[in-house]
Ligand binder design. Structure first.
Ligand SMILES: Cc1cc2nc3c(=O)[nH]c(=O)nc-3n(C[C@H](O)[C@H](O)[C@H](O)COP(=O)(O)O)c2cc1C
Length: 173
């Protein structure tokens, strides 16, 4: 799919069919996540793919009421920051690496006809702790974002133009 078309047609998807996602497509999505820019190329990310339905239900509970789309998703991908890879001078840049990875995955999924919704985890301390415990993450791995993924119940390729001229300033504010 053309990149600009992908951007214009992407929308969050919260209702999914029962169809699973094949391993090749999971790998394509993860590869997209690992293909973005990263601070000093430290690639401060790690991913947990959750396929087990019971675990998806528990993850929905752990990440709060707005994580309900995980219940009907084919899978969830938790994007994490890896604190063992951060650089001391810029300790917070892992957040940017993780965000870029998650958005790349959203777009790759969309290109494959797979819908997704971004579920915020970090910096909500309660969600971070609950998700960490549930998925048995090591101390240095911080849950950042969960993507709920699956084939959309109602596929929709309507293009949107979300440009807002009053948000843009040229040369000076
Ligand atoms: C940091 C972040 C956290 C979000 N958390 C949730 C969430 O917990 N549950 C949810 O259903 N959507 C969540 N979303 C998705 C937004 O609600 C959605 O992107 C926004 O309403 C715009 O809609 P669109 O993605 O269809 O353009 C989140 C998005 C971001 C970027």
């Amino acid at each position: 799919m053309d990149t600009l078309k992908a951007l214009a047609t992407r929308k969050s998807v919260r209702s999914f069919t029962d169809e699973g996602i094949c391993f090749e497509d999971i790998k394509r999505i993860l590869t997209a996540g690992m293909s973005g820019p990263s601070c000093v190329n430290m690639r401060m990310w790690s991913f947990v793919v959750v396929r087990n339905k019971e675990l998806l239900g528990k993850l929905a509970v752990a990440n709060g009421i707005y994580a309900a789309p995980l219940r009907g998703a084919a899978l969830g991908i938790l994007v994490c920051g890896d604190l063992e890879r951060i650089i001391p001078e810029e300790p917070d840049f892992w957040v940017v690496d993780a965000s870029i990875a998650a958005q790349n995955m959203v777009l790759a999924a969309h290109d494959l006809g797979i819908g997704s919704v971004w579920l915020g985890c970090w910096p909500a301390e309660d969600r971070v702790q609950e998700v960490k415990e549930l998925l048995k993450l090591p101390e240095t791995i911080v849950p950042h974002t969960i993507l709920a993924l699956g084939y959309p119940e109602k596929p929709n390729m309507t293009e949107r133009d979300l440009y807002e001229s009053d948000r843009v300033h040229f040369d000076e504010w």
